[in-house]
Write a protein that binds this ligand. Structure first.
Ligand SMILES: [Zn+2]
Length: 319
């Protein structure tokens, strides 16, 4: 009999719940996905139970790790607030799930889990001090410091997306204004492209076409597609998001001085379209503040949208 052990990773996102059986080397051996039941905690717990039954029938799993976009309490038991899932506050998710699936369950913020996944099995392998930023609809972030996932004094680290970029700036989903994620996310990408399109009728026509006629419906994903085609408004939007992201990267370096900053999330799938302007701005800002090399390298995430699942499964193994 093999001494390999398997854990389940679950990643609860705004649109889908992904489950996977993960080996101790980070390989995903089986996976499945279901739509996230909108705004319904009990149904979401049922979906997790369904995934556990489905995958547990194929592999003997010893524990489950859940990654979720939201604030998790210091004991990693309670989902206090999940602004993008719109559940009720203070859901005792760990207890609800472990009762149903009858195995130990760990709960982790999705970006923290992704940072851990990249540290253990991805681009951060062998790096003791790294920061992950996920650039999607918003910005998620996680710190691995001294080879450990850093959760802060109250379990809430890291939320770089809600650090201030512009005083009294754009309204943010968190209730405040001017947060970095209003300027350096996929949502910002859509806004910048709309602004650039107002001055360029040809670029605007293509963007409108991608949205089915309504420029107001333009998302970061549309802009990613248009930028790949060379659309000037879309490329200008990437330059702007990159410039803001570069400032965020510089702030990370001044706060933590990591060896590596990993950029992941849906917008990072555009690769150099995002990374080239971001690194240029990062180097300029850091140099202007008097910091010289060596400093953190910036690299794209390696595990894609599986980082959270793999990281959560590995955290469950180590609990
Ligand atoms: Zn905010």
């Amino acid at each position: 009999m093999s001494d390999k052990t398997y854990t389940l990773g679950i990643d609860i996102g705004g649109t889908k719940v992904i489950g996977g059986v993960v080996a101790d080397d980070g390989q995903i051996l089986a996976s499945c996905r279901y739509p996230t039941p909108a705004d319904d905690t009990a149904e979401t717990v049922e979906v997790i139970g369904k995934i556990a039954a489905e995958l547990g029938a194929q592999f003997a799993v010893s524990a489950m790790g859940i990654a979720i976009a939201g604030y998790v309490d210091a004991s990693r038991s309670v989902l206090e607030h999940a602004p993008n899932l719109l559940w009720e506050e203070n859901v005792a998710l760990r207890a609800m799930v472990s009762e149903l699936v009858e195995m130990p369950v760990t709960l982790e913020n999705d970006a923290n889990a992704a940072a851990w996944g990249e540290h253990r099995f991805g681009v951060g392998l062998g790096v003791s001090d790294m920061v992950l930023l996920t650039i999607g609809t918003g910005i998620g972030s996680g710190f691995v410091l001294n080879g450990q996932l850093y959760r802060g004094g109250f379990g809430k680290a890291a939320e770089l997306g809600h650090t201030l970029a512009v005083r009294n700036g754009e309204p943010c989903g968190c209730g405040s204004r001017g947060c970095l994620e209003r300027y350096a996310s996929g949502t910002a990408l859509g806004r910048y492209a709309r602004e650039a399109a107002e001055k360029d009728p040809v670029a605007a026509a293509r963007l409108r076409e991608l949205t089915g006629g309504d420029l107001a419906a333009l998302t970061g994903a549309h802009v990613q597609q248009a930028a790949g085609e060379g659309n000037p408004a879309a490329l200008a939007a990437f330059a702007e998001v990159g410039a803001w992201l570069g400032i965020g990267l510089a702030d990370v370096v001044f706060a933590l001085d990591p060896q590596l900053i990993v950029v992941g999330g849906g917008v990072s799938e555009s690769g150099d379209l995002l990374l080239t302007p971001a690194i240029a701005a990062y180097k300029t800002v850091v140099a202007s503040r008097g910091r010289s090399e060596p400093m953190a390298t910036v690299e794209l995430a390696a595990l894609g949208n599986q980082a959270g699942l793999v990281g959560a499964a590995d955290l469950a193994r180590r609990r």
